[in-house]
Ligand binder design. Structure first.
Ligand code: CTP
Length: 397
């Protein structure tokens, strides 16, 4: 996937630095060469010897190194790479980058280059949530820097929340997406994901339990195989992947309009948990308990985006994939749903509360196509996404 690509990997000081040792190996497995840079703080977490032994090359640590300046120099070091990856990227490094500081080798390399940059942030949840970090994040995103993660989970410090560094396969996919190389290069794929919110009044809405995790993983995996991905997402609880075009929507109608605007595409993957109904009696002012009493709500049916796209006479994507979240008779319901919606494949799963699938990190799916029903073992949503993306690549080949 990354044959012939050259990655400059900057490892900053964070407990997640141990994962970067694995990252070096996995990048190499994909055919990339890795030049490592270790910050002073990074050296507190992983040793220069481990990093250079794994990378099979010297690790760069000092800005003021006369031999290297005479030989190659820090300017050359960053310019010769196809991509700069910072993993883990600390709050401090992000602050330096956002403000254009260049007072050590890592920050100087990042300032002295116009090579694309991908950050995998890792920090305590409060540091991530802090307005200063969020401000820096916005500045960096505006400067064209891409991000993978952070993920939500428990942290080394014992707290829970957003701030865990993205897992290695996730970072590899984001790298591949940035370098846009793979079996889906040149293919355009649209992915819908997440829940939709249907307003009741300006402060209340009807929603569902979808986290957007499966759709997000899928968009990341497709981009990792080189696809140009338009990612149309409702208000999800996980951040969107790097290297995709993100279209954020709220309601089913907005999602439907965004899908129309994103067509034509080679494939459409409809992973969103779209609300079936919207409130037609939605109020434009906040309903007051004391004055308005118990609200009476009227509903209308939302557009069925998947069904509509699957039946397009003109501009139908070559492959239309739907999802079916069921709580009983999964294969039977999903097979009927596939016929009703007119899509090529249905990815069905059992989302009964006992399965822990809706909002969880694993999925057990059955792929239903012309070839029948194929049950996949229960695995992580990332693994399901990768397997499905590979199937899509094979179908479009
Ligand atoms: N879908 C869609 N637009 C809708 C509803 C659903 O695009 N308004 C898509 C979903 O993204 C998913 C598939 O259709 O790919 C199946 O969604 P699901 O909610 O299971 O189907 P429903 O039509 O709502 O069927 P039912 O209520 O009978 O389960």
């Amino acid at each position: 996937m990354l044959a012939g690509k050259h990655i400059l990997l900057i490892i900053c000081g964070g407990i997640a630095a141990y994962k970067s040792l694995e990252l070096i190996r996995r990048l190499q497995d994909q055919g990339a060469s890795v030049t490592p840079v270790l910050t002073k703080a990074g050296e507190e977490f992983v040793t220069p010897l481990s990093v250079s032994a794994l990378a099979g090359t010297e690790v760069h640590r000092d800005l003021f190194d006369l031999t290297k300046e005479a030989d190659m120099g820090h300017i050359q070091l960053s310019r010769s790479a196809d991509l700069l990856v910072v993993a883990p990227a600390t709050a401090d490094l992000m602050a330096k980058m956002a403000n254009g500081h260049a007072n050590d080798l890592a920050s100087t390399l990042l300032l002295a280059t116009d090579t694309p940059v991908l950050l995998a942030p890792a920090m305590n949840v409060r540091m991530w949530d802090h307005p200063a970090t969020q401000r820096n994040l916005a500045v960096l995103a505006q400067d064209g820097v891409s991000f993978v993660g952070p993920n939500e989970g428990s942290m080394a410090c014992g707290e829970f929340g957003l701030g865990r560094m993205a897992e290695v396969p996730q970072i590899i996919e984001a790298v591949a997406a940035k370098l846009n190389d793979g079996p889906l290069t040149g293919k355009r794929v649209l992915v819908t994901s997440g829940p939709t919110h249907e307003p009741i009044d300006p402060v209340r809405y009807i929603a569902n339990r979808s986290s957007g995790a499966q759709g997000t993983a899928l968009a990341r995996a497709l981009a990792g195989l080189g696809a140009e991905v338009v990612f149309i997402t409702g208000p999800a609880s996980v951040p969107p992947p790097a290297g995709v075009e993100v279209v954020a929507v709220e309601t089913a109608q907005e999602m439907s309009d965004a899908v129309d605007a994103a067509l034509p595409a080679d494939a459409g993957v409809f992973a969103a948990a779209v609300a079936d109904w919207r409130v037609t009696s939605a109020s434009d002012r906040k309903l007051k308990k004391s004055k308005d009493g118990l609200p009476m709500m009227e509903f209308a049916e939302n557009p069925d985006i998947l069904k509509r796209v699957a039946h397009l006479e003109e501009g139908r994507p070559g492959l239309v994939v739907g999802f079916a979240a069921e709580t009983n008779d999964v294969v039977e319901h999903a097979t009927a749903k596939r016929a009703r919606k007119g899509c090529d494949w249905i990815v069905a799963n059992d989302v009964s509360p006992g399965t822990g699938i809706m909002g969880g990190s694993e999925n057990a799916v059955v792929l239903i196509s012309d070839d029948g029903a194929e049950a996949w073992p229960r695995m992580g949503k990332d693994a399901v996404a990768r397997k499905l993306a590979e199937r899509i690549a094979a179908a479009l080949a």
